[in-house]
Design a protein around this ligand. Structure first.
Ligand code: HXC
Length: 514
């Protein structure tokens, strides 16, 4: 045999395996509105950058008619490539091969690329499209999942881990995405649940469609399992690329700086925020008025919208924003918003991303529902996350900073590096109305005109406490700034904090509230 014929033979073999489950299965995939695993990888990565490994791996199952059966690549494609020239490791389950089900060799391929990603300190992207544990392979499939979960945990906080749900992801399989940093879902394509509609019907008698149970919207808006929602696969890939552009490739690096840009000329910052603390406004507008190019890449937009988290750039450097959203529930902290913010703070801290906190909230949400849902332990997470974070931490108090909310939103007491307040800031134990009713209850009830007395006392309380100057007099805030100075103050604070050193006491690990 000549070298040429060897090469031709290689090409033929490759072509055969690259067909995955064959034309019929590929047609079925397309009919479901889905790209194939290979098409997905090629659409996501830089052109011609993908290098595939373990193409010729075959399954090792012998039972239930599996012996002698061919499953090309054992239903998963693994490899390396680049996104915006930055290296990534990737796997994509191939639903056209045995429904992308996970057997021993399939899992070995995934864990191989995971090990590679961790060793090389590059981000890992996993595209999930699978019927779950390969039923014919029994405990070997379960072992495979266990090996994946273990590696997800090892890699947590070391390399970014991104999960993309582009088909079914059912049963225990959901726990790999749940252990990763960012989960992407797509309308009508993603389906994630522990037990499907038929099991639910037989066990509980409840009827629900797959979409209503674990579709993309459900996870982006209700469960909080997904961080990004897209209407199409291609839109989803654009979102992944944008995310990659904001984050560092590992915890040993900083995110790559971009060319600095000024914010776009829009509404003046003073006009975005109404002086009357009862009138809401869109906090996103405020964030965009200070970021480079007025760009803001929001994370978990649909879940717990009373808090906003996401990435922006300031002078070219990535910054993580955590901000109350006065447009939703006045921006209160509750169980879900605390969970959402806390995890993001920990992500930024693990990956060397400075955190800017924009504050305007009346405190934690009161009510029986919240108390019984565990607002104590959920709310504690945000305190824990801010206290633990050692990256540069900057706070801007825009209007309200009441009670536990004042402490929780990266106060000086949790070791904020810089705390700025606008002159409209109100920093107090609670809002003037509530405070007056409690403190002056006797005077109000005994007054000739109780309502007049109440208003008088509210005013008195406001003048005394509902301003930034009492906190400024204690040094709890560093500077009362004009709204127009917000960007320049943050930029300077970031510059000064560039070589910040701070550490936590030596410990194996903390025990965050759950
Ligand atoms: C083996 C599987 C499979 C599985 C699908 N296939 N899931 N093979 N093990 N888990 C095969 C099918 O037999 C079929 O093979 C091909 O994949 C395509 O599947 P279809 O059913 O034709 O596709 P579709 O109609 O689109 O339905 C997709 C599906 C359904 C909803 C995912 O296949 C399904 O319900 N599968 C079983 C899901 C499940 O119960 N998995 C176990 C979960 S428990 P042919 O040869 O006909 O093309 C679990 C435990 C993990 O995962 C625990 C970890 C801790």
């Amino acid at each position: 045999m000549s070298l040429r014929s060897n090469v031709l033979d290689l090409r033929k073999r490759k072509k055969e395996v690259q067909k995955g489950g064959g034309d019929k299965a590929i047609e079925k995939q397309a009919a479901m509105g889905k790209l194939t695993a290979r098409e997905r990888i090629l659409a996501l990565l830089d052109k011609n950058s993908f290098h595939e490994y373990d193409l010729f791996v075959e399954h090792a199952a012998k039972d239930f008619g599996m012996e002698g059966k061919t499953l090309h690549g054992d239903g998963v494609i693994i490899g390396t490539g680049t996104i915006y020239n930055k290296p990534v490791c990737i796997f994509a389950q191939d639903f056209t091969v045995a429904g992308g089900s996970l057997g021993l060799m399939h899992a070995r391929k995934i864990t191989k690329i995971m090990d590679h990603a961790l060793k090389m300190r590059v981000p890992l992207i996993g595209i999930n499209d699978s019927g779950g544990a390969r039923i014919q392979e029994g405990v070997n499939s379960l072992a495979g999942y266990g090996e994946i979960f273990f590696r997800n945990t090892l890699a947590s906080g070391v390399i970014p881990q991104i999960s993309v749900i582009l088909g079914p992801c059912a049963g225990g399989a959901v726990y790999s995405p749940a252990l990763t940093d960012f989960v992407f879902v797509v309308e009508n394509i993603s389906k994630m649940f522990i037990t499907g509609p038929s099991v639910i019907k037989s066990v509980l008698g409840e009827e629900i469609s797959m979409e209503e149970l674990g579709g993309a919207k459900v996870h982006a808006e209700i469960t909080g399992n997904a961080h990004f929602y897209a209407e199409t696969e291609l839109e989803c890939f654009e979102q992944i690329k944008t995310l990659i552009s904001y984050i560092p490739r590992s915890n040993l690096k900083k995110a790559l700086a971009h060319k600095p840009k000024a914010p776009l000329k829009g509404k003046a910052i003073d006009d975005i925020v109404p002086v009357d603390p009862r009138i809401p406004y869109d906090m996103r507008e405020l964030i965009k008025s200070i970021t480079d190019g007025s760009e803001f890449f929001e994370v978990m937009e649909g879940f717990a919208p009373n808090i906003i988290i996401g990435f922006g750039r300031m002078d070219g450097e990535t910054v993580g924003f955590v901000a109350n959203q006065p447009m939703v529930l006045a921006g209160v902290l509750d169980c879900d918003s605390s969970d959402k913010a806390a995890r993001f703070i920990r992500y930024c801290d693990a990956f060397n991303i400075p955190i800017v906190t924009m504050e305007d909230l009346p405190g934690y949400l009161p009510g029986v529902d919240q108390e019984h849902a565990g607002v104590i332990r959920h709310g504690a997470k945000i305190l824990y996350a801010y206290s633990e974070a050692t990256v540069p931490k900057i706070t801007v108090i825009v209007r309200k900073a009441y009670g536990g909310g004042y402490i929780a939103m990266n106060s000086r007491h949790l070791r904020a590096d810089f705390v700025f307040a606008w002159p409209t800031a109100e920093i107090a134990v609670m809002g003037p109305e509530g405070a007056a009713n409690i403190v002056f209850r006797k005077e109000i009830s005994e007054a000739e005109n109780p309502e007049q007395m109440r208003q008088l006392k509210i005013q008195e309380y406001k003048e005394k406490f509902a301003n930034p100057y009492v906190a400024a007099a204690q040094g709890y805030i560093d500077e009362v700034i004009e709204p127009g100075e917000t960007r320049s103050r943050i930029l300077h604070a970031l510059q000064v904090s560039e070589n910040k050193t701070a550490s936590m006491p030596n410990k194996k690990h903390g025990i965050p509230p759950f």
